[in-house]
Design a protein around this ligand. Structure first.
Ligand code: ATP
Ligand code: MN
Length: 505
């Protein structure tokens, strides 16, 4: 391959004047995003990127070049002559080019500027017989199998840019509000977080597992001398930090070995978990709503080109769907979330609404709600948000039995101060609660659930020494990106999805 590109260097398009050649060579590359904004036509420029399309006619060829700095391509104009014809034979969709040329005003529609190529160097060819991405629509399923190349499509580069902007916005939101970012551990010795099935971490030889006298796995010989897992949440450690620093947040990888093959679950995903001392459930809800609105506004202010592309993509996708199955227009959907306060109501009120709803009465829900205590499925959450209230909803005060052990127990002895934020198209995007700050109540709950005290002693101690009311929540980052991009499968909003039976790339 290296040899081949060597030859290409030799046949790269030469300038008629050596002087200009020298001058052009020292022109530094400008990223397409910035070049598209420039108006000093006639100046020498250099662009580098990957070919999206090539159109050749008798006198001129047009190449659309993309370098990932923006969804927009730079149009290259190449005059046809025997030399350029030769080099154009090596240029196909996917090839990488470095192009020296002159910035010109574009007369064509669709772009303001273009580059008249004077010297084209093919940095890397892409054989059209082998390169899987062609300038046509590929299915998302096909692109998942080509995840090593799917960044090179408009859809996946747009998602990557939005994802980046949201990472930045999340950190900015918290930094501006005096929250400290905490790195909580990825390998954990406690399996009591109760948030889901865990992945075990071990260096034991699986072909020859050491056993104790009673036939159990002897973890004394394992790396940590005890069972270890990948974390399902950074919350418990986050609480330790909040009970000293007041306001902290984590933003880290999270692992759940749930064998749930849904469009909303990954085995490896990223979670943002703020934890605040002296916050009650209302403060917690206020923060969650403020944060979601902040990052959505940030996307609207900073990612409009990508959002508009994704909106068109979604409308194309929806063309063949029935009217009531089509998604709302993406940008309008995002703006709508900003305009009104989220609905806040209790789980008990939500159950009443759901019991009286048409789909429940007519048994059109997959899981019909039989009464108080039922765990809500995403179909119920989406009914409340999309059909009943038509805006985001925060449900509070869930039955203790369907929520985690650390949530603050209500006076009624039945419910806990939990809150789930429910979003259109997504269902649960945030799960959180006020935490139980009373040592006695927390201890009793741990005993009741049979959680070994030996793995929780450090957590319990925070309730012994300077315990204060505190609250926090977890935002699933990929669920946020699903909402922002209008994508419908969570496998498409993380670069390299990990799901059951799927560990490629
Ligand atoms: P769900 O009921 O949707 O499975 P959960 O109640 O198990 O979620 P929590 O433990 O409350 O989830 O986690 C907090 C947030 O993390 C959720 O609101 C969701 O946004 C996200 N999340 C949870 N599990 C996953 C997963 N497997 N893949 C991606 N995001 C997830
Ligand atoms: Mn939850």
């Amino acid at each position: 391959m290296a040899k081949k590109s060597g030859i290409l260097y030799a046949i790269s398009l030469k300038f008629s004047s050596f002087a200009i050649h020298l001058k052009s060579c020292i022109v530094k590359r400008t990223e397409i995003k910035y070049l598209l904004e420039q108006t000093d036509f006639g100046k020498d420029v250099n662009v580098k990127g990957w070919v999206r399309t090539k159109r050749a006619s008798k006198n001129v060829a047009f190449i659309a070049l993309n370098d990932g700095s923006t969804i927009k391509n730079m149009q290259l104009v190449v005059e046809m002559n025997p030399e350029t014809e030769k080099i154009l034979e090596h240029i196909h969709t996917g090839a990488a080019l470095s192009v020296d040329g002159v910035l010109n005003e574009s007369l064509g529609s669709g772009q303001k500027v273009e580059v008249h190529a004077k010297n084209i160097e093919v940095l890397g060819e892409a054989n059209p017989e082998e390169y899987p991405l062609q300038p046509k629509k590929h299915s998302l399923e096909f692109l998942r199998e080509k995840a090593h190349l799917r960044y090179r499509t408009n859809t996946f580069s747009a998602i990557a840019r939005v994802r980046h902007a949201m990472i930045f916005a999340v950190h900015k939101f918290f930094n501006d509000r005096n929250f400290y970012n905490i790195h909580t551990p990825i390998i954990t010795g406690s399996d009591a977080e109760g948030a889901g099935e865990m992945f075990q971490v071990t260096t034991l030889n699986l072909e020859n597992i050491p056993k104790t006298e009673t036939g159990k796995v002897d973890f004394k010989n394992d790396f940590f001398g005890k069972p270890a897992n990948l974390t399902v949440s950074g919350q418990l450690e986050g609480e330790l930090a909040a009970l000293a620093l007041s306001k902290i947040y984590t933003f880290g990888p999270t692992f759940r070995a749930e064998n749930s093959n849904t469009t909303r679950h990954l085995a490896e995903f990223w979670m943002i978990e703020p934890e605040m001392a002296f916050y009650d459930l209302n403060d917690n809800m206020d923060l969650a709503e403020e944060m979601l609105k902040y990052v959505i506004r940030y996307a609207l202010d900073n990612c409009m080109d990508d959002l508009q592309f994704l909106s068109k993509r979604q409308q194309e996708e929806d063309k063949n769907k029935k009217a009531d199955e089509r998604s709302p227009e993406l940008v309008e959907k995002l703006q709508a979330v900003l305009t009104e306060p989220f609905v806040r109501l209790t789980y008990s009120e939500a159950i009443r609404i759901l019991m009286n709803s048409k789909p429940n009465k007519k048994k059109r829900f997959q899981y019909v709600i039989e009464g108080w205590g039922a765990d809500l499925q995403s179909e119920h959450e989406r009914y409340l948000v999309e059909k009943h209230f038509k805006r985001p909803v925060i449900l509070t005060d869930y039955p203790a039995g369907i929520k985690a052990f650390y949530m603050k127990q209500n006076e009624d002895g039945k419910t806990v101060r939990a809150m789930d934020v429910l979003f259109p198209q997504i269902g649960e995007i945030i799960g959180g609660s006020q935490r139980e700050e009373s040592y006695d109540k927390l201890y009793a709950r741990i005993k009741e659930l049979g959680i070994p005290e030996s793995s929780m002693w450090w957590y319990l101690e925070t309730r012994k020494f300077g315990s204060v009311p505190h609250s926090g929540f977890g935002l699933g980052f990929e669920r946020l990106i699903l909402f922002l991009t209008g994508m419908t499968n969570i496998r498409d909003v993380i670069p390299f999805p990990r799901t059951p039976q799927n560990l490629e790339f």
